[in-house]
Structure formats: C-alpha cells, structure tokens
Design a protein around this ligand. Structure first.
Ligand code: FAD
Length: 298
C-alpha cells in the first residue's frame, strides 16, 4: 500500500511533477522558478524527460543532478533505449546510481523515423521497455516507473496488448505506471478496472495535462495516443488570441478533471507541468496539498 501524502489535510494525496529540459536561457529560468515554487509541496518525486532518441541526454542528466543537489525533492530520470546500444544505456544507468539518483522512468522511446513509422530496435540495444527495466534492475536496485496508455499506444492493436506490455514491465521490476494524458476520465477508470481485473496491483498514476495551448496539445495528442474530445475543442474554440480567457478555461478544465478523479477514489496524480508552476500549484492547493509554512500559520 502506498504511504499517504504527509501534507494534505486528510493525508490523502500523493503528487509528482514532470519537467522537461529547456532549450533557451529564458526557458531555463522558467524551469528553476517553477521547481522552486513547487518544491514546498513535497512531491513524492519529480521526473525529467529525455528528448526523443536521447537528444537531451546531457541536459536531462544535468537537471536531474541539480534537483538532487539543490532541492529536497527526489528526482526520477526518464531514460529511453530506442537509439542506443546496451553499453551506452548501461553507462547512463550506472552514472545515475553513482550520482545518488535512485529512480528511473524507463521507456522504449518513439521509433527514430517518428511516430507511425515501424519500430526497429537498435541491433545492439535493449529491444523493448521491459528489457530495459530488467537491464536497469540488473545494474542496481532502482525504483522504476514506466508508461502506460489508457487509450492504447499508437502501435498497439488492442487495450489488452497495452495491459500485456504493462504486465511484462512489472514482471521485470517496475513498481509504478504513469499514464499518457487523457481528457475523458471514463477512459482512465475503465483502463484501471481492466488492469486490476488482470491482476495488476501497482499504482497506475493518472498523468494530468493542463491545456496551456490547445492547438499545441491537440497536435501532440494525435501522436501520443490520446484523443481530444469534441467538447474540449469546443471549450477552447476562438481563444487562440485570447490568452487570458484561454488560461481561465484551462484552469477550470483541469480542476474539473482532477476533482472528478478524486470523487472516483483517485488519490495520486502526476502533473505534466510544461515547466510552469501556476496551474499545478493551484490544483494542489485545492487538493489540500500546501506548503508546510502555510499549515503552521493556519
Ligand atoms: P512500451 O511499453 O515500449 O510499449 C508501447 C506499446 O507497444 C505497448 O503499449 C504495446 O502495445 C506494444 N508492446 C510493447 N511491448 C510489448 C510486449 N512485451 N507485449 C505486447 N505488446 C507490447 N518518450 C521520450 O522519448 N522521452 C521521454 O522522456 C518520454 N517520457 C514519457 C513518459 C510517459 C509517462 C509516457 C506515457 C510516455 C513517454 N514517452 C517519452 C513516450 C514513449 O517513449 C513513446 O510513447 C514510445 O513510442 C513507447 O515507449 P513506451 O516505453 O512508452 O512504451
């Protein structure tokens, strides 16, 4: 059983955040401001993504280490195996362990030709995410989180195949699944039920994506195995040049989603922050996840 979140009033919620390696100095400033703002909420962990095909290898590594060094939060390093030899991947895994990092989000990664092109494993690499999970565990006793797809991965033929893939990763040592984002809670709740019926007991943590930029998110969703319901498109219609209203609608939408999941018994959330703290901080506040300082003053 997962321990309860120590700071929420009823000890109810466990939260985690995802960040990505920034490309510009301005984005870098934004990232660290967000990290600092979210730190007092004591997430279970914060994860840092790995650019497609390992393109952010050094930057991911540097951010993970800085989080470990300069904050009280536990970092989780995303790692993909798609475009690397096993030797290269193992070197990265060992370097994380030696630096004191204890949590990896293990992924296969998208095919080098892009989403939709056939996946060809690197001839000298780990052929799949479950092989990667096993490889990591063989090197050291990391905590391992993996992905899962409530609406089916784009390459998957059926939801059962996704559940099989998740089971394979659990059998190799994964202890937490984080979902691809979704907008219809029913989709996630049905998937959860099917996974539980298949004997999967590890936490399947909903990945929550605030819609900061509808056009961008809907483009990304197409490639990611997430559908964009018509009601969501309707909510953002005509707001392309109205940032203020867009932000209000985004906040209302994500709060509605999270609170509905809470009503359905969900008590753990992984937030795709897009390196911004505001919305996520607000949702955490509503959940009763607050900085220690505020609780002392209250
Ligand atoms: P896998 O677990 O490898 O599976 C993909 C699908 O293939 C399965 O759903 C299943 O249908 C099929 N499959 C695979 N193995 C089996 C099996 N043994 N039996 C049956 N079917 C199988 N990408 C990045 O490049 N960097 C990141 O940092 C990153 N972070 C992510 C974080 C999360 C939470 C999520 C949901 C995705 C992330 N991705 C990231 C995207 C991911 O790399 C791609 O979706 C990729 O195409 C699949 O890799 P995977 O490990 O998610 O899926």
């Amino acid at each position: 059983i997962e321990p309860r979140h120590p700071l929420s009033p009823k000890g109810e919620f466990v939260i985690s955040y995802e960040f990505f390696p920034p490309k510009t100095p301005e984005m870098e400033t934004q990232l660290w401001a967000s990290v600092k703002r979210l730190e007092p909420l004591h997430p279970r962990f914060v994860s840092v993504t790995y650019g497609a095909g390992g393109t952010t290898r050094e930057r991911t590594h540097a951010i993970v280490l800085r989080i470990a060094r300069e904050t009280g939060m536990k970092p989780a390093a995303h790692l993909t195996c798609v475009a690397s030899t096993r030797e290269e991947t193992d070197r990265i895994i060992r370097a994380y362990w030696e630096a004191g990092v204890r949590h990896i989000v293990a992924l296969r990664g998208d095919p080098p030709g892009g989403v939709g092109s056939p996946f060809m494993p690197h001839p000298l690499g780990y052929p799949s995410s479950s092989h990667l999970v096993r490889g990591i565990k063989a090197i050291a006793d990391f905590e391992i989180s993996v992905s899962t797809y409530p609406e089916g991965h784009p390459e998957s033929r059926s939801i059962d195949q996704d559940i099989d893939a998740l089971k394979a990763k659990i059998d190799c040592g994964a202890t937490r699944a984080i979902t691809q984002f979704f907008f219809e809670n029913e989709v996630y709740l049905r998937f959860l039920e099917r996974a539980r019926a298949r004997g999967i007991t590890i936490p399947i943590v909903p990945g929550i994506m605030p819609v900061r930029n509808f056009k961008q998110v809907s483009g990304f969703a197409k490639k990611a195995g997430a559908s964009v319901p018509a009601w969501l498109a309707d909510r953002f219609e005509g707001l392309e040049n109205d940032q203020e209203t867009h932000a209000i609608v985004a906040a209302a939408t994500v709060v509605e989603q999270v609170m509905d999941l809470v009503k359905n018994g969900v008590n753990e959330f992984h937030f795709y922050t897009n390196n911004r703290a505001d919305l996520v901080f607000g949702i955490c506040h509503l959940l009763g996840v607050r900085p220690v300082r505020e609780k002392v003053e209250a």
